[in-house]
Design a protein around this ligand. Structure first.
Ligand code: IDP
Ligand code: MG
Length: 149
């Protein structure tokens, strides 16, 4: 089974849609294996967004992600990395499809509510960066036979 790293950014926490976002992942059939709310340090933010270091929005992105609590999660399931990106929607909420999280709840790229890993390598890196091994639970939901053939 695949795992991905998902973070509800400070705007998602302030907008009080943490429960709604978790509900969407649960309803889809993915399994929550890690969950915590934390105040992100600049060091963690800069590591997490290291790939964007040279981009003009990097400083404001780090300011924003450290501006309030973030809900960090790990979700598990077949194909969860790509599927989570679909549930999340396009980077700019204005052009993200209705029905996606960004499409339903946002209007601007600097306030796009949620992060999701974009590939298996980044998912593995981000899970390691944000969680200790003992903070992740390996468990099998009893409904698994009703989700997978
Ligand atoms: P993603 O979150 O959809 O994977 P990335 O291109 O990886 O999008 O960008 C990371 C984050 O940087 C975005 O989620 C968004 O918060 C921010 N970002 C990306 N492009 C812009 C921009 O043009 N202006 C402001 N912020 C941006
Ligand atoms: Mg990205």
């Amino acid at each position: 089974m695949e795992r991905t790293f998902i973070a509800i950014k400070p705007d998602g926490v302030q907008r009080a849609i943490v429960g709604e976002i978790i509900r969407r992942f649960e309803s889809k059939g993915f399994t929550l294996v890690g969950l915590k709310l934390l105040q992100v340090s600049r060091e963690l933010a800069e590591q997490h967004y290291g790939v964007h270091r040279e981009r003009p929005f990097f400083a404001s992105l780090v300011d924003f992600i450290t501006s309030g609590p973030v809900v960090a999660m790990v979700w598990e399931g077949d194909g969860v990395i790509a599927s989570a990106r679909k549930l999340i929607g396009a980077t700019n909420p204005l052009t993200a499809e209705p029905g996606t999280i960004r499409g339903d709840f946002g209007v601007s790229i600097g306030r796009n509510l949620i992060h999701g890993s974009d590939a298996p390598e980044t998912a593995a890196q981000e899970i390691q960066l944000w969680f200790k091994d003992e903070e992740l639970a390996s468990w099998q939901p009893t409904i698994t036979p009703w989700l997978y053939e």
